[in-house]
Ligand binder design. Structure first.
Ligand code: HEC
Length: 466
């Protein structure tokens, strides 16, 4: 009898884990009976009113679910549900809570004919390029007021100081593989561009006729609308190329003769933890491609010596605060796990061992969010905002925003202004929302804030209202 019961538990346990329940199914099966199909409460309280009797932190919710409160009718779920399932419920409840609490909040939709008000500055938007661009990804500013814009399918476009888009792309670019999220991505000009003319490109590199690719970095010059003098800055071993269409990373930061840039983990997950693989890393090189002698892993024979930090998923934002040299990155995590990080040499940002997220289909991922030897994000966003583009604003046109971080977001279609103090997040404000997926946001040398939007594809800028 006892044996039979044990067997039953054991077999049902196997069947259970094979089913890979999604979090909404877990909620529907185990929780909705008491907390309501819409989380509104019943025999148990509302889970979306922002009020938590037993503490409002993630770990409090986790404890409430795991340990329950049998005297008051809340089942302890530990043992019935696995740790990663309970963790996915916490993320799920956080998503629902946020959605409920922000429901009905209207954001003024920015448009050229009206002023958009924010806490510290009011602005108007101006359209810089409207139409003629396909999947624009990044923008760089030349000293004569003209701009370079990358298009994901592999074209580099010129926009003159008046905003006129040259119908002809720059000729003679390296071969770019357009594969899923990858293609021609980042463009930046060297800080001494006036003297040396160097332009840097980050793109999905591979052979013609083959979709296998990985992010690589070149520099070159543009003469008579043609790419010339090309030099490879970082080209991973071709053995790391893959067909995966995801997680290319790619943004550039120059500082004191160094170039910093990320490569996403290309779907390789645990590869992000391996020092012998270039995926899921942030790199530091001299701006001519040489490896700095004091990089953190140069003495490790197995390691790729250009690596600066490890354990990243898909970093598509990178910026430096010029006041203290703090390097920040934003990265797409799994669902509920988008992060802002302070990037320190030799540090491990934990992907995929720790994360605040779960799988996008709602199946649990991991139960742990912290581990010794792994860094914590400065903040993370639930629900995910799909971070893309990050800039420490240093212009003069919006003086009260100086040194705030501007965070772009694709899915939530927004630009957030993040105030930092002592390298910590003190507040956030959504300053632009609902006019398109934000691919990049950056302060220009003229102090205006440029925003690249995907769908509809265009470039706008924010100018002070007065
Ligand atoms: C049999 C009814 C019942 C079921 C089933 C149930 N709960 Fe509860 N739950 C309660 C009650 C009653 C409380 C209030 C207990 C208290 O006040 O301490 C509660 C409290 C909670 C709290 C703490 C709320 C707070 O204010 O701090 C959380 C979180 C929670 N439940 C989540 C869940 C989740 C997730 C599930 C499904 C895995 C679930 N509950 C299933 C009855 C239930």
């Amino acid at each position: 009898m006892r044996l039979a019961t044990l067997l039953l538990i054991a077999t049902s346990g196997v069947a259970f884990s094979q089913k890979k329940m999604k979090v909404d199914e877990i909620y529907g099966q185990y929780c909705s009976g008491c907390h309501g199909a819409k989380f509104e409460g019943g025999m148990g309280g509302s889970l979306v009113d922002g009020e938590w009797k037993h503490g409002s932190k993630d770990e409090d919710l986790y404890r409430s679910i795991a340990k329950g409160n049998p005297q008051l009718g809340m089942t302890p779920w530990e043992g019935v549900l696995s740790a990663d399932q309970i963790r996915s419920l916490v993320i799920f409840l956080r998503e629902k809570e946020k959605q409920t609490l922000t429901k009905g909040i209207e954001y003024p939709k920015p448009s050229p004919d009206k002023v958009t008000k924010t806490e510290l500055h009011d602005y108007r938007i101006e359209t810089v390029v409207d139409g003629g661009l396909k999947s624009p990804w990044a923008i760089a500013f030349l000293p004569d007021g003209s701009r370079l814009v990358t298009e994901k399918p592999g074209r580099l476009r010129l926009v003159d100081a008046k905003g006129v888009l040259d119908p002809e792309p720059v000729k003679g670019l390296p071969h770019v593989v357009e594969q899923g999220q990858g293609g021609l991505m980042e463009v930046a000009v060297h800080p001494d561009y006036k003297k040396n003319g160097w332009i840097y490109l980050g793109f999905a590199d591979g052979e013609k006729g083959d979709k296998k690719c990985i992010t690589a970095v070149v520099r070159g010059r543009i003469k008579d609308k043609e790419w010339t003098d090309q030099e490879w800055i970082y080209r991973p071993d071709p053995k790391f190329r893959s067909n995966a269409g995801v997680h290319f990373g790619t943004r550039f930061v120059f500082d004191k003769g160094y170039l910093y840039f990320p490569i996403g983990e290309r779907g390789g997950m645990m590869e992000a933890q391996k020092l012998s693989s270039p995926v899921g890393k942030i790199f530091r090189l001299h701006d001519d491609g040489r490896v700095p002698k004091d990089n953190p892993f140069v003495k490790d024979k197995e390691a790729i010596p250009a690596i600066w930090s490890i354990g990243h998923r898909n970093p598509q934002g990178l910026t430096m605060d010029p006041r203290d040299g703090a390097l920040y990155n934003t990265e797409h995590g799994p669902r509920g796990g988008d992060e802002l990080n302070l990037v320190k040499p030799g540090s491990n940002y934990g992907w995929p061992v720790i994360t605040y997220g779960m799988n996008y289909d709602g199946t649990p991922m991991v139960s742990i969010t912290e581990k010794e030897g792994m860094e914590q994000p400065l903040t993370y966003w639930v629900p995910s905002i799909a971070t893309c583009g990050l800039d420490c604003y240093t212009g003069e046109k919006f003086p009260k925003w100086k040194h705030d971080l501007l965070v772009g977001a694709l899915a939530q279609q927004e630009v957030r202004r993040v105030r930092m103090k002592d390298k910590k997040v003190v507040s956030q404000e959504i300053i632009l929302k609902n006019i398109g997926r934000v691919r990049d946001v950056t302060g220009a040398p003229d102090g205006f804030i440029y925003v690249i939007l995907n769908g509809p594809d265009r470039i706008i800028r924010l100018v002070p209202a007065d």
